[in-house]
Design a protein around this ligand. Structure first.
Ligand code: ATP
Ligand code: MG
Length: 449
């Protein structure tokens, strides 16, 4: 039994948590007084107590976007708890009672409803429930908190209302918009909300909203999840998944073995967009986001022509990451995105923009004349001695002056640099992001002293 066993231990955890075991026949809430002492086997034994007829060897939980993550070991259990503690913290900061940690056993057979082993049940207020038995689905669904899957449906149906969003800190400001970290009260999740002031007609607003609809269909681990967009007065707010590592432009120089894994994700993300006939059009380090789980995702791709045009009317300038053919106003296609991958990764590897005569102090938009050197000069190379041959070749290929000479999507995935780092090792990126964030925090703390 989960609780009595753990209650015997003397460790002092800051607080107990409630784990809700989701079974096909109903929910079982168990209080865990010392979560830091919980191990995978204890939890598995507790699950098997609840579902004795099923063969349970693993369970799952849902992340912030409702994707299921499997837990099969102590290490994965730790990751789940750490994710849950963060969520609890966010909920508290927003004056809410934390939801129980919901887990979904992976079972072979369907069990019956059971509580024969007397697990301690439901220690959190749950109206209409006298806290002694398994909660049937119908009652659970009536509880104040909705299930993640349901929330995902609500969110993806675009039902985020302005009044349900609590703005927290400002994450950054770009050409046209300001991005905030925010909390969606109904969905109990952290969002990134980009707010763009736009003085446009209602007709244009409707057109933008319909152009953004394709974002609901984007479903890739390498593309930021889009939740909703809405207009309030003359501002559009675009709500997406929050990435706790932020964008790559603030990371300075990134070591090649980390950059290799990031490049794999970026190439996969672009390949996915291209397969939907979407050009990104704004590939650059500030539109590549990372999180402490080691995920890398692309954001701010130009699905809405009207939105791009409306922003461009206010913010005049040319993007320094644009391919030469775009700077000189020629037609462009997928190969222009490939150039932007090359120049972005060169900057991330060197820790400086590859054209020294172009100073990007204030964002990436520049007067056209300043970018003429990108059109006129031979593209720069990465210095061979400092980087691997594969990496140097990858950058050189992406930054070929003539678009057709750059690798096509399939060739990009098959490039030896991408193949070398396509090992699914998210740990490398995760550790690097965590170290950088830690360093940043320490520097900020020093600055304060
Ligand atoms: P541009 O407007 O040309 O795209 P930009 O990318 O620098 O320039 P924004 O897109 O407005 O500007 O983003 C501002 C900053 O907000 C980013 O640099 C990034 O650090 C942060 N940011 C954006 N989206 C997210 C997100 N989903 N999660 C976390 N941080 C984000
Ligand atoms: Mg951006």
């Amino acid at each position: 039994m989960l609780v009595p066993r753990l209650n015997n231990l003397r460790a002092m955890d800051p607080e107990a948590i409630v784990i809700r075991i989701k079974t096909p026949s109903g929910d079982m809430d168990s209080s865990v007084d010392y979560p830091s002492l919980l191990n995978f086997n204890d939890l598995l034994v507790a699950i098997r107590d609840v579902m004795p007829e099923a063969t349970v060897t693993a369970f799952e939980y849902e992340d912030e976007v409702g994707d299921r993550i499997t837990v099969r070991s102590d290490e994965e259990l730790k990751a789940m708890l750490s994710y849950y503690f963060n969520t609890m913290h966010e909920q508290r900061m927003n004056g809410l009672l934390p939801d129980p940690l919901q887990i979904f056993p992976r079972a072979g057979k369907t069990p019956g409803i059971r509580n024969i082993h007397g697990l301690k049940v439901n220690t959190r207020p749950n109206p209409g429930n006298d806290c002694t038995h398994t909660v049937p689905d119908s009652i659970a669904n009536n509880s104040l908190k909705k299930s993640s899957a349901e929330l995902k449906r609500i969110l993806t149906n675009g039902q985020i209302n302005a009044q349900d969003i609590h703005y927290q800190e400002q994450l950054g400001h770009g050409n046209g918009g300001t991005v905030y970290k925010a909390y969606h009260v109904i969905g109990n999740r952290v969002l990134a909300v980009k707010v763009i002031p736009l003085d446009i007609t209602v007709e244009l607003q409707k057109q933008i909203m319909s152009e953004l609809e394709i974002l609901y269909k984007c479903d890739s681990p390498y593309i930021i999840t889009f939740f909703s967009a809405f207009f309030v007065e003359n501002r559009i707010s675009i709500c997406t998944e929050f990435m706790d590592g932020g964008s790559l432009d603030v990371f300075k120089r990134i070591p090649e073995h980390v950059l290799g894994r990031i490049a794999v994700a970026v190439v996969k993300g672009l390949t996915y967009l291209w397969s939907l006939k979407i050009l990104h059009r704004d590939v650059k380090p500030s539109n590549m986001l990372v999180n402490t789980r080691g995920q890398v995702k692309l954001c701010d791709f130009g699905v809405s022509t009207q939105l791009v045009n409306s922003i461009a009317k206010t913010y005049v300038g040319t993007n320094a990451y644009m391919a030469p053919e775009r700077i000189s106003g020629e037609q462009y296609g997928i190969h222009a995105d490939v150039w932007s991958v090359g120049i972005s990764f060169m900057e991330l590897a060197l820790g400086m923009f590859p054209y020294p005569q172009i100073q990007k102090n204030q964002g990436s938009l520049m007067p056209l004349q300043l970018l003429q050197c990108i059109v006129d000069e031979d593209p720069p190379d990465l210095p061979v001695g400092q980087f691997s041959e594969k990496f140097v070749h990858f950058i050189t290929q992406c930054m070929r002056r003539h678009p057709k000479e750059r690798p096509a999507p399939n060739n990009l995935m098959e490039h030896s640099f991408i193949i070398q780092y396509n090992d699914g090792n998210a740990e490398v990126v995760s550790m690097w992001v965590c170290c950088c964030l830690e360093e940043r925090r320490a520097q900020q703390a020093q600055g304060r002293v």
